[in-house]
Write a protein that binds this ligand. Structure first.
Ligand code: GLC
Ligand code: GLC
Length: 655
């Protein structure tokens, strides 16, 4: 204990000495800015001293043994000051606003949407014209898929980035992006972009220099002269995109080296053991923040640190890098928040969620288990896992989603499954068979993604509507099946809207877009089944949303009604949710409560009517009578409640 405190004390001393030494030099470098903006500068220094210890402690741990450690610290501080000096006034105003209301993202009015610029609108300018639609839907958060320069042809949907400072010319310019961000913000919509920081494309300027043989830039990546180390690493690595290349390394003839490529061969993993990479990427990150991006989605963050003898996922240093970037943001772009994209074991997902690391996180477990419950019609694993794992630190929020641009990976916990007597391996085989339509009687129409013959692992691609049975129902023209599919779609969305956190809609799903198999004709896409659900918005289908007689209209208006109800119910903000056993294996139940209100939610995952008994409802001690906000009908708690196939209820106490 004494030892530990001594270390902390020494670190504190070292940090403050470092700062004392560096601040005068910063003041000199930024004397012009400081003199013309004295208050701004003081604000910056205050934040710097507030967060410097956190930042320094991590940098010391990661890079302290480098001979030029202090040089790197100093250049990082210059990057921070530079970025702050260039931060537009209206974003500084936003910083102040967010500081006054730091939990703004937990509000029940929050609603997220995500789309590709080109597929949804064409380019950034046309996307601006869609703002009225985003408002009609109720969005307050818009995630645009990567829109930066990237290689022609296969570029992993933009996730192979060649420059973080150049918009893909086909989509527009940086000016267009800033204008869009400003306009969204003035309409109450926060812009969310990816920070793809695990890798750059092999056409990024750094990669090009590395390919030209420059040692400095070769050290930005992880290059190996022969198979010795790659073989040693691969003993413990998971294969992420085995369809594209086995293992995690790709050989490049021009440099005669093996390059670490966790994802595609043209996505080169950055080397965060090099402090220069940390600094340069901090600079890219702050550049994005200064364009008006309010939330950065930290892409593939689980992979950023590598250590021989480990699986190189979720290492403690990966967390440290993210925490250090969080401190960087607190100092130079205080409004900026991070969203974690860790599609890994739920224990590991939870470790990224912290006010000092990622304030927001995708909830891949909920997503996977919703689809699991639709397939099995049972809610046991969903209930058990949520009871155990839904709760996160108070100043954070889940981002709950039904579908996204990626595949569905069955990332539930094997231990949770086994506690319920479910064999995880066999069960994943079943789910894959179910959602590729290979299982007898399945309604799902999805495609396998990255089937790995060695491990038998596989994931699933497909739109919400196709996976929920609409595609099959339409091809067989059965009204009842169509009705059930629509109900399934609304059921899943009802849960993400009420469970607590930010609901995120994959745009297109709100009008029931079906799979599009044309990607098979495109050589840049046919190796990646995720394109089956990355599809162009169909204007005719969107136009039909106003007509409740049409399918898109039924889905859209059903969803709209739920969205308005959520926005009128403060009890559905982030925070605690109490999950309970409804006594019926097909009905998922939870309660949301605050000082003044309580609401009880029931979701029936079965194709048959299901009953929740009066006893169960009474035992929840809520007494009296309830109104279902969805149907408008009232219920007495001393009577059994019957839910139709896939019906859900949002029960509010009537006083
Ligand atoms: C993320 C993205 C995915 C991409 C990968 C590599 O997981 O969601 O689409 O393939 O990172 O950047
Ligand atoms: C893997 C990765 C995840 C990525 C996905 C893309 O599951 O863990 O980060 O989104 O692959 O398919």
């Amino acid at each position: 204990m004494l030892q530990f405190d001594q270390q902390k004390f020494d670190m504190r001393k070292e940090a403050s000495r470092t700062l004392e030494r560096l601040v005068p030099r910063l003041e000199e470098n930024f004397s012009e800015f400081r003199q013309s903006n004295p208050e701004d500068w003081t604000y910056f220094l205050t934040r710097l001293s507030k967060y410097f210890l956190d930042l320094f402690t991590i940098l010391r741990h990661l890079y302290g043994d480098q001979y030029d450690f202090f040089y790197h610290v100093e250049s990082l501080l210059n990057i921070l000051a530079q970025s702050w000096a260039g931060r537009p006034q209206q974003l500084k105003a936003l910083d102040a606003e967010r500081e006054a209301n730091p939990l703004w993202f937990q509000d029940h009015k929050m609603l997220g949407g995500v789309c590709y610029v080109d597929l949804f609108a064409g380019d950034l300018d046309s996307l601006r014209e869609k703002i009225p639609y985003f408002k009609e839907l109720g969005l307050t958060y818009l995630h645009l898929m990567p829109l930066f320069q990237s290689p022609d042809g296969q570029n992993d949907g933009g996730y192979a980035i060649s420059s973080y400072r150049q918009v893909d010319p086909q989509l527009g310019t940086m000016d267009d992006l800033r204008r869009l961000a400003d306009e969204l913000r003035s309409e109450g919509i926060s812009l969310v972009l990816d920070f793809v920081f695990n890798h750059t494309s092999n056409e990024h300027a750094w990669a090009l220099q590395a390919r030209a043989g420059d040692d400095i830039y070769q050290n930005y990546y992880r290059l190996f002269p022969d198979r010795t180390l790659p073989d040693a690493y691969e003993q413990h690595l998971r294969e992420i995109f085995p369809d594209e290349h086995p293992g995690a390394f790709t050989y490049f003839d021009d440099i005669e080296k093996w390059v670490w490529t966790t994802f595609h061969s043209n996505q080169w993993d950055l080397n965060y053991a090099n402090p220069e990479v940390f600094n340069q990427m901090a600079s890219e990150m702050l550049f994005l923040a200064n364009q008006g991006v309010e939330i950065l989605r930290l892409d593939a963050l689980a992979f950023i640190w590598k250590e021989l003898g480990t699986d190189c996922e979720n290492l403690p240093e990966a967390h440290m890098v993210v925490q250090a970037y969080n401190a960087v943001a607190r100092i130079a772009a205080p409004a900026l928040l991070f969203k974690s994209e860790a599609i890994v074991h739920p224990d590991e997902v939870a470790r990224y969620i912290h006010p000092g690391e990622c304030q927001l996180s995708y909830n891949p477990l909920l997503m996977a288990l919703l689809w699991n419950s639709l397939a099995t019609r049972e809610v046991n694993l969903l209930l058990y896992s949520m009871q155990k794992r839904f709760q996160i630190p108070g100043r954070c929020a889940w981002v709950n989603y039904v579908r996204c641009h990626d595949d569905i990976g069955w990332t539930f916990s094997d231990e949770d499954a086994s506690d319920l007597g479910i064999n995880a391996f066999d069960h994943r085989q079943f789910l894959n068979a179910f959602y590729t339509g290979r299982f007898n009687g399945s309604f799902g129409r999805g495609l396998a993604f990255q089937e790995n013959p060695k491990t038998k692992d596989s994931r699933i691609s497909g739109t919400c509507a196709s996976l929920a049975g609409l595609e099959k129902a339409l091809s067989e023209e059965t009204d009842r099946e169509v009705e059930l599919a629509v109900r399934r779609i609304l059921l899943l969305h009802s849960i993400i809207l009420t469970i607590g956190g930010i609901p995120l809609i994959y745009l297109g799903d709100e009008i029931g877009m079906l799979n599009d198999y044309d990607f098979r004709e495109d050589p840049a896409k046919n190796g990646d089944s995720r394109w089956v659900h990355r599809i162009a918005a169909d204007p005719k289908r969107y136009a039909r949303r106003v007509d409740a007689e049409t399918l898109p209209g039924r889905i859209y208006q059903g969803l709209q009604a739920l969205i308005s109800r959520r926005k009128a119910a403060p009890v559905i903000s982030s925070g605690n949710t109490d999950f309970f056993d409804t006594g019926n294996p097909h009905v998922f139940g939870f309660i949301r409560q605050n000082d003044t209100d309580a609401m009880l939610f029931l979701h029936n995952f079965s194709d048959f009517s299901q009953t929740v008994s009066a006893n169960t409802l009474q035992s929840l001690l809520l007494g009296g009578s309830f109104r279902d906000q969805v149907s408008g009908l009232s219920y007495q708690v001393d009577r059994d409640v019957v839910l139709e196939p896939f019906q859900f209820m949002w029960l509010e106490r009537i006083v």
